[in-house]
Write a protein that binds this ligand. Structure first.
Ligand SMILES: [Zn+2]
Length: 275
């Protein structure tokens, strides 16, 4: 059986051991997302400097593939506007982020990664920063459209209005909104379908079962961050396989698992997911 975690990180805690645990529990495929610039030893002063981070990440994903099938997602995290902005000013930070997305798009075009990650801050920011973040997000959609890849979104907490606003930006750019994925999504499968955004449900509590009760238009993730300061956060690496088993025990069919762990990611990322 194919079991896919749609959003996980490897950092400084369990590292590859996390994937061994995932595999032991039944996990087969994982999307590994690069981290904030502060998690790496590379100095970032320009968009081009993100290339070193992406190279490092892609190399790590290559090694991860010796354990499970791993795909690379390149992130220009929305919080960079604050991190980089504190050093170079917000305007300049937004420029750097846009250039970094261009670099990420190039890697995707070369087949080294399957998606971008962008979004807007999940914490409250001054209006100027919010506007700049929306412009960076718009640029992420432009790059994704050019190279025909999905964008995972890190955003403020889910509200219908907020998500609709993001979809409007995506539609203006002209990207297929089925490729706009809300990372860390609540189990609002029906609402996401209505908006036209694709949810990656955070596999906590009863979320996966709640999502499955509404259909099969979703993926699942742990957002395991592998940070030794917060071990086990957000959810441990074994969580998705465990929750999939819970789903089957609750009477849901293997066809549903096939849909959420294989067919959905295959269609969205334009990849092949095979055992
Ligand atoms: Zn994450």
């Amino acid at each position: 059986m194919i079991i896919t975690d749609n959003h996980m990180h490897l950092y400084n805690n369990l590292r590859f051991e996390a994937l061994k645990q995932f595999k032991k529990e039944g996990g087969t495929h994982v999307f590994l997302v690069s981290l904030l610039t502060t998690c790496y030893d590379f100095p970032v002063r320009s968009g081009k400097d993100f290339g070193q981070i992406f190279d490092f990440h892609i190399d790590m994903v290559g090694k991860a593939n010796e354990i499970v099938k791993a795909f690379s997602i390149l992130s220009v995290h929305p919080a960079e506007i604050t991190i980089l902005g504190g050093k170079v000013g917000f305007q300049k930070a937004a420029e750097i982020m846009k250039k970094a997305l261009d670099v990420a798009g190039k890697y995707v075009a070369e087949g080294k990664a399957v998606a971008l990650k962008s979004g807007r801050p999940h914490y409250s920011v001054p209006e100027e920063v919010w506007d700049l973040s929306n412009r960076v997000l718009r640029h992420a959609f432009e790059v994704a459209k050019d190279v025909n890849c999905p964008v995972q979104l890190h955003t403020e907490s889910f509200t219908l209005d907020g998500m609709k606003e993001i979809i409007k930006i995506a539609e203006k750019v002209g990207i297929n909104t089925e490729k706009v994925i809300k990372h860390f999504a609540p189990p609002e499968v029906s609402k996401f379908e209505e908006i036209g955004m694709f949810p990656s449900i955070i596999a906590s509590g009863k979320n996966v079962v709640t999502a499955a009760e509404q259909g099969s238009r979703f993926m699942v993730e742990t957002d395991y961050i592998d940070d030794k300061k917060r071990p086990g956060s957000v959810l441990g690496p074994k969580t998705v396989p465990k929750k999939i088993k819970e789903l089957l025990n609750a009477g849901f069919k293997e066809e549903l698992v096939y849909k959420i762990c294989k067919e959905n990611p295959e269609k969205i990322y334009d990849i092949e997911i095979i055992e």
